[in-house]
Ligand binder design. Structure first.
Ligand code: 5RP
Length: 225
């Protein structure tokens, strides 16, 4: 199976996973990226079985609207039944690196409001130690150089993602060279740098379940504590 077929398979598995949980009043969280796109396509078949969705990016909101699915502002809802989104890396505790699509801050906020976070990913994202994928850090534009210098002091090699402006009018530094054996500490430490909006580590609040697309089928993985 190609990587794209694995992404489609996990998106379909997520549709099957959430369907029995939905009620007509449910509002769900919907992520960003190519795997999330397949999931949103699948939601078209569930129209009418849930109230609508909060999207973690303008791009996903537009895709939902095109399919005729009601898009809510997060401030309109107090809780999301479930959040379904991809990841750039996951370890066996379901601590993640996210933000390859530059939507990390909204993704983290939507995660925080969701009762359950279902991560969908193909097997290339499964790692022992987080950090081969450069860690995205969203930064207030005027703080870009300062934050980059601080990240170098922490042992990273930050690279400015040129030409990318986030949905929050901020910029992204992709930090190479960090091998994160303690992702929760890295998440907190990097967030302490003045000018950082947030970083793409989802460790303090990781996924509750991972649907991982493999050559042997979709595996359902729970965090290993
Ligand atoms: C976007 C993300 C995505 O979930 C992550 O980059 C994975 O993307 P894809 O499904 O295209 O592989 O965090 O900010």
């Amino acid at each position: 199976m190609t990587q794209d077929e694995l992404k489609q398979a996990v998106a379909l598995a997520a549709i099957d996973y959430i369907t029995p949980k939905l009620t007509r009043d449910s509002v769900i969280g919907v992520g960003t990226g190519s795997t999330a796109k397949y999931f949103i396509d699948g939601l078209a078949n569930l129209k009418g079985e849930f109230a609508g969705a909060v999207a973690s990016s303008e791009a996903s909101a537009q895709q939902l609207e095109k399919l005729g699915i009601e898009v809510y502002e997060l401030n309109q809802v107090s809780e999301l039944l479930v959040y379904v989104d991809g990841a750039d890396e996951s370890n066996d505790q379901l601590e993640l690196i996210k933000g390859g699509g530059a939507a990390l801050t909204r993704e983290k906020i939507v995660t925080a409001v969701s009762r359950e976070f279902v991560c969908i990913a193909d097997e290339s994202k499964w790692v022992k130690v987080l950090g081969d994928f450069p860690l995205p850090v969203e930064v207030i534009p005027m703080a870009r150089s300062y934050v980059a210098r601080e990240l170098v002091k922490m042992g990273g090699n930050p690279v400015y993602r040129e030409g990318v402006v986030t949905d929050n009018d901020c910029v992204i530094l992709d930090v190479h060279g960090l091998k994160m054996v303690d992702p929760r500490k890295w998440e907190s430490d990097i967030n302490q740098i003045a000018g950082v909006v947030t970083n793409g580590l989802f460790a303090r609040r990781g996924a509750d379940v991972l649907l991982l697309g493999t050559a042997d089928g979709v595996k359902t993985i729970k965090p290993k504590y």
